[in-house]
Design a protein around this ligand. Sequence first.
Ligand code: DON
Length: 622
Amino acid sequence: MLGRYTTTAPPLPVSSPIQDYLERLHRRLCSVNDGQVAAYIPELAKADPRLFGIAIATVDGRVYEVGGTRERFTIQSISKPLVYGVALKDRGLDAVRRTVGVEPTGEAFNSISLEPGTGRPLNPMINAGAIATSSLVAGADRQARLERVLSALSTFAGRPLDVDEAVFESERATGHRNRAIGHMLRNYDILTGDPDEVLDLYFRQCAVRVDCRDLALMAATLANGGVHPVSGEVAVRREFVGPILSVMATCGVYDFTGEWIYRVGLPAKSGVGGGIVAVLPGQLGIGVFSPPLDERGNSVRGVQACEAISRDLGLHFLQPPRAAASTVRASYTLAEVRSKRRRPAEESRLLAAHGAAVRVFELQGDLRFATIEPVLHALADDGGALRIVVLDFKRVSHVDAAATAMLGALITCCAQRDQHVVLTRVRRGDLLGGLDRDVDPRAARAFSFQPQLDLGLEWCERELLSRHGGARGAAPAVDLAQHRLCEGAEPQDLAFLSGLVQRHQFEPGALIVRRGEPAEAIYLLLSGEVSVIVELPGGGQKRLSTLSAGMSFGEMALLDGGLRTASARADGPVECAVLTADAFLRIERERPALAIRMLRQLLQRASATTAQLTAEVAALEG
Ligand code: DON
């Protein structure tokens, strides 16, 4: 196989499967020649019916394009959902709902579908509703309102957009039906100002020049909760994305919407300029451009392209999603998994005995009611057995308002059961914006935050130990005889050792050994605490363990020498007895019993650590 490529044949062109798929689809649909270019706006009749582009943009900002994706055309009705977002921001949901409804009409885009009695347009996607919506755009004067619309659409596109004045003028000169609609709306006081001024804004927004890539990015911005996936700019607040996608899903392609949702299954919006946008919330946006329209004013190739993409890539948003990976990535107790703080045998025994009273849930993904429910159920089920619940948020991407409220209620429940909730790897106010608001003030002390899961586990250990008579505070200083490595050593051996070690004091924060340095000595910790840490490639440090008086570190110096695999930092004032590798060789030669005793202690500790790590892996992979 390889031979054939390495010698004669040119290397295979590097392309992506998605790009290949789009190119095949484009080639196939290029031969579709049905439909007519829109002509009721004379300027639009000049469009080249052969133009055809397809673009897909993901919420991570990747864009796949094929065909005429950089050909400019006017956005037309695709501006409607975006300007609806501007109106929602400027007037608020209730005021906009009072002006325009959200009901599909099942009629054409230019139907005069007004609510009997009130004259309220049935939805913001038909021209009547869109004209009413344009009237809600804030601004001191018409220029300010136009700039507001242009700036919003430009933010959605991720680049400055402008108006095709020729198309604007063409529609303004021939838009009699829209003008009639405008005056009807004025008649019902849906429009309160000069309808012609509103119509001018509406005609201008429809004449904004875009390309197919812009459409895909506009759709991806909606899919991404209102944030442009490349520029990172907020085009519309997340709370308005739901309402916008709802009217796109129910009214976006007018009297074809039922068929569209059935066959394509994506909230969408078409325009008589030949564009279509379609949105898969949370994932991607599709933009298609091809001027020939069907009898309903939707791009013929555009509809077929969206239908094929949705079918072939499985995008229909009402297809029941495969059960999301469990929200709980791992769950275990403190009896199974401990903090990185190394503890004296007695404390380890207490934690093994009482650790089941602390349960950790490592959460992942988007937390919504449906995904947080299993956690609430598990906790409701355990009855009062747990004393502390740890919820870790490292792999949580989003927490919606409902899930935050549920967490607030959980904390209140726990408080009533004298339980405590520790939230780790999440900052107060970050992911859990409204949590403080959702927790009963009487339960305010029933939860706390810890920046790292490891520190959360250590906090729980301290809590449990203090409840079960474990030692409080830092381990007392020891002298050589009390050091674990010397337990049971003969006095003369201790004296010999004492003569070999060098005592060193270290300031708080000092790096006692550095990763990558030659390992030349073992450190017997006599007082204070030392953390063994590694620097992470992306910056920051990870704690591997924290040691206290009576413990040792750097033992590999005695074994293979090599280079240090981690650094050791003094967490406070520290004193160590330092035994060089050479000195240990002397002990081996002159005090073999002491050497064996020390090595046996090291071995015992290594196997205890291995046992603990094995139990943790089992619990984490369980
Ligand atoms: O108001 C009109 O008629 C045009 N400016 C926009 C209509 C449109 O794009 C309908 N969409 N399929």
